[in-house]
Design a protein around this ligand. Structure first.
Ligand SMILES: NC(=O)c1ccc[n+]([C@@H]2O[C@H](COP(=O)([O-])OP(=O)(O)OC[C@H]3O[C@@H](n4cnc5c(N)ncnc54)[C@H](OP(=O)(O)O)[C@@H]3O)[C@@H](O)[C@H]2O)c1
Length: 329
């Protein structure tokens, strides 16, 4: 089968089209013929070799992650953490799916979406694709939606609460804006100037351009500040949190992890970091939201598989408004 493989860490040019062995599903796996895969933050970071400066995560987390992705050259050679496609065959123990089912899936750090075929355990993060959107649209949903849903469930987000999303235009942020609105929250979204309209379109009540306004200094207070990349800090945000407010993080950096521990023991304002859910029912929940017209998938551009390097360059260029997709015939 055709796949985009990278044998060295580096710029987008390391992504090369190659012929690799087609996977064979185990008894509990489905073989998906991939129609589309997303270009995500994690793909770009993994391609560059997970620079410690960007992650600055605790050594006990960084080391296994580096061992998994490789120290001097990539161990996971095919990127792509989310995809949509059609089930071609199923292992003999599979009950949830049958050949011909259209599905979407989140593969996490095992990746492998930039290929014609990918095997996924039937009890992994895979679900039937929403019937009212294309595979391209479905492929860009699971990662951000699952991550945002996990985080809002952690804080038990309630109608009427005020939420600020720092990084509202990205993969997680664009889902977080929509889910926060769905849960009845009042949403402020922070992003760069080119994407302010996009974040408004997603449903944010207010948008803030981080290049001209520091949200920690405008006098507003929030029940939840969801900082996707951890570009602010708990100490900077503490006065922008209401009483019992929560500073929520998708990233796992050293300092917030310690802050999570001590704010659990003391003080009314908390820091919370969490990993994405691994419950496929959450993906079913997202499918239902999409089919009910309560969650949108917005694509900026699609690139055919052989132009994966171009897709990465575009995703990194800062021009995008919405997700970048790699398509397969
Ligand atoms: N916990 C988990 O299980 C898990 C799993 C996967 C990933 N993650 C974490 O998720 C994060 C990646 O999120 P993502 O995929 O949504 O990233 P992304 O798609 O690259 O989006 C990044 C967002 O941050 C915004 N941003 C950039 N610079 C900023 C600044 N100085 N101030 C405020 N906002 C800024 C961007 O705005 P503009 O583009 O408009 O400038 C964009 O909205 C990483 O920290 C990663 O570690 C966590």
């Amino acid at each position: 089968m055709k796949a985009i493989v990278y044998n060295h860490f580096g710029p987008a040019d390391v992504l090369q089209l190659e012929e690799v062995e087609k996977p064979v599903p185990k008894d509990d796996e489905v073989l998906i013929r991939v129609h589309a895969a997303a270009v995500d933050y994690g793909d770009i970071l993994a391609r560059k070799g997970l620079p410690l400066s960007e992650f600055w995560m605790p050594l006990p987390l960084w080391l296994p992650s580096r061992m998994f992705f490789g120290f001097t050259k990539p161990r996971v050679k095919i990127l792509g953490a989310e995809l949509a496609g059609e089930v071609e065959t199923v292992g003999k123990g599979v009950k949830r799916f049958k050949p011909g089912d259209q599905v979407f899936a989140y593969l996490g750090q095992s990746m492998g979406g930039y290929a014609e075929y990918r095997c996924v355990p039937e009890n992994g993060m895979v679900a039937l694709k929403p019937v009212n959107i294309t595979c391209e649209e479905a492929a860009v949903v699971p990662y951000g939606a699952i991550m945002a849903l996990t985080m809002f469930r952690k804080v038990n987000l309630q109608p009427g609460q005020k939420v600020l999303i720092n990084g509202a235009s990205g993969g997680i942020g664009s889902a977080a804006v929509q889910l926060a609105k769905f849960f009845g929250a009042e949403v402020s979204g922070v992003c760069g100037a080119p994407r302010l309209e996009y974040v408004k379109f997603l449903g944010a009540d207010r948008v803030i351009d981080y290049t001209i306004e520091d949200f920690t200094r405008n006098g507003e207070t929030y029940d939840v500040i969801f900082d996707i990349l951890g570009k602010s800090s708990f100490s900077r945000c503490v006065n922008s949190l209401k009483q019992n407010g929560i500073y929520l993080l998708a990233s796992f950096k050293m300092k917030p992890l310690f802050q999570m521990l001590w704010t659990k023991l003391a003080g009314d304002k908390k820091v919370i970091c969490a990993l994405a859910s691994e419950n496929p029912e959450d993906l079913d929940f997202i499918r239902e939201l999409i089919e009910a017209g309560k969650f949108k998938s917005i694509i900026d551009r699609c690139f055919p598989l052989e132009q994966a390097a171009e897709a990465h360059r575009y995703a990194e260029s800062g021009a995008r408004r919405g997700k970048v997709v790699i398509t397969l015939e």
